[in-house]
Design a protein around this ligand. Structure first.
Ligand code: DC
Length: 227
């Protein structure tokens, strides 16, 4: 089936994927898909319904009645809707971060979201961000990037983000949350986090956002395979 250009950006928490993916999408006029937000929305629903994530039958039933969508607000920020309710802020709560990593180990959830992500990508050119975009969801993507940074830098950035959304946590707490999620995301059986063999790896520890965007744009422009 014909599809548009797909650019994948994977990497661990706090490496700067979201900021970079949004910037690249804006530069190229492509749409942007935050797949972490999808796992977070599912985690929020599981939390609210108090579902045991080991109960696969319950999870499947829940997924059948779950609708996740995205909309842009007047400032062009993406808002996340769960069954038509705006959950953009709620899905960023620390307990939902942890639960989203747990939920992401479940095959039934990954299968459901992979299908959704592929359907969304059929609509046109897209920059898609997550953990398994270039490896398992879009192995034939046109451009693949893997963004990384040191643990302390990622924790520093994540803490600032959380503070901006009114959530105050110590640097130690953020570090331990990130470390725990990294381990689980990398070691799970289903679509674990690792760079695709053909991904360009960028370490953003000592890079400004502008420099990182330039690096990515240069790779894309030199690629000349923007069909
Ligand atoms: O990018 P994020 O922190 O919003 O993602 C939340 C969790 O969702 C993350 O710990 C792992 C999971 N996730 C995933 O397994 N696969 C993706 N493509 C995106 C996120």
């Amino acid at each position: 089936m014909k599809r548009g250009i797909i650019i994948t950006i994977d990497g661990p928490s706090g490496a700067g994927k979201g900021t970079l993916a949004r910037a690249i999408a804006k530069r190229l006029g492509y749409s942007y898909l935050d797949t972490g937000a999808m796992y977070r929305a599912i985690a929020l629903l599981i939390h609210r319904k108090n579902i045991n994530i080991d109960n696969e039958k319950r999870l499947s039933e829940m997924l059948l009645q779950t609708h996740i969508s995205f909309e842009r607000d007047q400032n062009s920020n993406l808002r996340v809707f769960l069954n038509r309710e705006d959950v953009t802020e709620e899905i960023r709560a620390p307990e939902i971060s942890k639960l989203s990593s747990d939920v992401a180990t479940k095959k039934v959830v990954r299968d459901y979201l992979r299908g959704m992500q592929r359907r969304i990508a059929l609509k046109g050119n897209i920059v898609t961000e997550g953990r398994d975009m270039g490896t398992y969801v879009f192995p034939n993507a046109d451009f693949k990037f893997y963004i990384d940074a040191s643990l302390s830098e990622r924790a520093r950035r994540r803490r600032i983000q959380l503070k901006e959304s009114g959530i105050k946590v110590s640097i130690e707490e953020v570090k331990s949350d990130i470390e725990g999620r990294d381990k689980q995301d990398k070691e799970r059986l289903e679509s674990p986090l690792h760079p695709a063999p053909d991904a360009v790896i960028i370490d953003t520890t000592n890079l400004t956002v502008d420099k990182a965007v330039e690096k990515i744009m240069k790779t894309i422009m030199e690629g000349h395979n923007l069909k």
